[in-house]
Design a protein around this ligand. Structure first.
Ligand code: UDP
Ligand code: MG
Length: 162
């Protein structure tokens, strides 16, 4: 039988979060990571990569009919991106709350885009928008062996597990 802690670990949700080239160039890597880390989410994978345009098109394939698709893919492949997987209860939905609305003009103050970005085409961060896209995006950006499994000492304090 699984112990409470193991059940907890097995149920843990994961989201794909990326700092786009504008966030990297503006020196916001630590600031963004720190917001997810302080919340209590756990970083289980991270790397810095310059995606090819073809890769960017795969990442944003859902948006291929939109007028901004080409510019968006040019932009994502224009420089280094910090690709990450964050784990935690509700991380997909709450990660989107930490990030804020797509258009920084509409993002609430206190959110990453609200505090740190001004226009929709340079909104510094990407976050998966649901469980299916989270799975697909994690698989696109990371090999299975790049994803770590570990327990952190903070977890029992974050989740109240003893
Ligand atoms: N985007 C844009 N113009 C728009 C809408 C979106 O340049 O009118 C860009 C923006 O960078 C956004 C990305 O396309 O982050 C993906 O769009 P989506 O609707 O998935 O927004 P997100 O999930 O990033 O909030
Ligand atoms: Mg999206």
């Amino acid at each position: 039988m699984l112990q409470e802690k193991e059940v907890h670990a097995a149920e843990m949700e994961r989201s794909f979060i990326a700092i786009k080239p504008d966030g990297v160039q503006r020196g916001l890597i630590a600031e963004i990571i720190s917001r997810f880390e302080r919340k209590g989410f756990k970083l289980v994978a991270i790397k810095i990569v310059i995606p090819t345009k073809d890769f960017a098109q795969k990442h944003y394939h859902d948006l291929k009919e939109r007028p901004f698709f080409n510019g968006l893919c040019d932009f994502l492949s224009s420089g280094p991106v910090v690709a990450m997987v964050w784990e935690g209860e509700g991380v997909i939905k709450y990660g989107r709350k930490l990030i804020g609305a797509t258009d920084p003009q509409k993002s609430e103050p206190g959110t990453i885009r609200g505090d740190l970005a001004v226009v929709v085409g340079r909104n510094i961060i990407h976050g998966s928008d649901g469980p299916e896209t989270a799975k697909d995006e994690i698989n696109l950006w990371f090999k299975p062996e790049e994803l770590t499994n570990y327990s952190s000492n903070a977890e029992k304090w974050i989740y109240g597990l003893n």
